[in-house]
Design a protein around this ligand. Structure first.
Ligand code: NIG
Ligand code: FE
Length: 417
């Protein structure tokens, strides 16, 4: 049993579903807060006087506290949940970045066999050890910035052997780091050159060969696809995700990132757990997502890095569509592991309030990867995953730009950073 006291606690409120609309994104605030942790889980949380009174009553004088941690009045928030990353890769793409800032569009680079396809070649040329070393470095960097739960996608394999290799590495990262890691199979991330004129044939291969192998391996929880002009169509997305659903995978979509193909509507139609990106999603399709209970996972660092208009977070919140935030950390369109940076972009460039951005980066992002029963808010029974911030309120995450205001990271009640 540990007692964390003298903390200025802010946490979203878990109503048993993702927070939607302005009314549900009000934070609980305990300015003289304390948390009691037992076996890594939150046993009690609240303002000190009420909390101590409640605990004394419930344990009739036999409450031993083995350790007291004085939080020195610092701001305490839940650990960040980053629900969309491609942190498992072998090589950076700095040359491609220079091409992009020189004016070559992202999809043009991919169309010429670069971009995602260059990452695919790098993964094919790398053994598991190298892939593990790069992924581990990315994940531990994210942890320093306050990410305590992370989703990582495969998708630089594009054949059965290399997709399984990536997922194996992701699984090893899950077993060897303090973070909770959720794996997603993204076999349909790009069209391999040999299937350039037979995309349906590639989707057939993913369904017939890769999905069952990934299922048997037992690492991935979700199946994702990149639906975009020149990549996969909505119909191909529907076919793959329905097949994945039959095998028991949850489904996700890279939807409407550059063009409005209707990926958001597909996510609603098949009740995906999330649709991600949504820079070009229409009002009508946002409404469909809201009605179907799909989480909108927004990736503002991708808009920043590709220099595109940001996703319309305000419109989504007005539509009662739950918004989550993620880094999209990958070597091409968004190379950052920092959730504080994402929150800064959301607050300053997407007109999200600090409370909405914090909710989106913790509770709603936990819902986006089906982890909300364990993480995402400071509620009794959830994991004691939390951060101390060098600031008076969560607004410091946006205010103190370009650095990390995260001063300590606790995972299951243990100090990790
Ligand atoms: O989410 N859009 C497709 N996939 C990633 C980018 C991956 C890459 O460029 O390596 C994304 O932006
Ligand atoms: Fe992505």
């Amino acid at each position: 049993r540990k007692l964390f006291k003298n903390a200025n606690i802010y946490t979203p409120v878990d109503y048993g579903r993702p927070a939607a609309g302005e009314a549900q994104t009000v934070l609980n605030h305990f300015p003289h807060g304390a948390i009691i942790v037992e076996d890594g889980l939150i046993k009690a949380v609240g303002n000190e006087p009420e909390l101590f009174a409640g605990v004394e009553k419930s344990c009739a004088g036999s409450c031993d506290v083995h350790m007291e941690i004085d939080c020195a009045g610092k701001c305490l928030i839940p650990g960040f949940v980053d629900p969309h990353t491609h942190m498992c890769f072998a090589e950076r793409r700095e040359g491609e970045f220079e091409m992009r800032i020189g004016g070559t569009p992202y999809l043009e680079i991919l169309g010429k066999g670069g971009g995602i396809l260059s990452s695919v070649r790098a993964v094919a040329d790398s053994g598991e050890e190298k892939l593990y070393a790069v992924t581990l470095k990315n994940v531990l960097s994210a942890l320093k910035f306050g990410t305590t739960t992370v989703e990582i996608k495969s998708g630089y394999g594009l054949d059965t052997q290399n997709e399984l290799k990536m997922l194996n590495v992701i699984d090893k990262v899950a077993r060897t780091t303090p973070l909770d890691v959720v794996a997603t199979f993204l076999g349909a991330h790009a069209v391999p050159p040999e299937y350039r004129n037979d995309k349906d044939g590639f989707i057939d291969l993913v369904i017939r060969e890769m999905l069952p192998a990934v299922k048997a391996q037992g690492v991935a929880m979700f199946c994702d696809i990149f639906c975009e002009k020149g990549v996969f169509t909505i119909e191909q997305g529907r076919r793959l995700l329905k097949a994945a659903r039959k095998l028991g995978f949850g489904t996700k979509i890279h939807a409407d990132e550059v063009h409005d193909l209707g990926g958001a509507a597909l996510a609603a139609e098949i009740s995906s757990i999330s649709a991600d990106h949504l820079l070009a999603a229409s009002d009508e399709n946002m409404e469909k997502m809201a009605a179907a209970g799909v989480v909108a996972t927004l990736l503002p660092a991708t808009a920043y890095s590709l220099r595109k208009p940001y996703a319309r977070a305000r419109k989504m919140i007005e539509t009662n569509l739950p918004v989550a935030l993620a880094t999209d950390c990958n070597p091409g369109s968004s190379f950052t592991e920092s959730m504080p940076f994402i929150i800064g972009l959301a607050v300053l460039n997407m007109e999200m309030t600090p409370a909405e951005a914090l909710t989106a980066a913790t509770l709603n992002s936990a819902y986006a990867i089906d982890m909300a029963s364990r993480v995402g808010s400071l509620d009794v029974g959830k994991q004691a995953d939390f951060l101390l911030l060098d600031g008076k309120s969560p607004a410091v995450l946006a205010y103190h730009a370009g650095v990390s205001p995260v001063s300590s990271v606790y995972k299951l009640g243990e100090k990790i950073v």
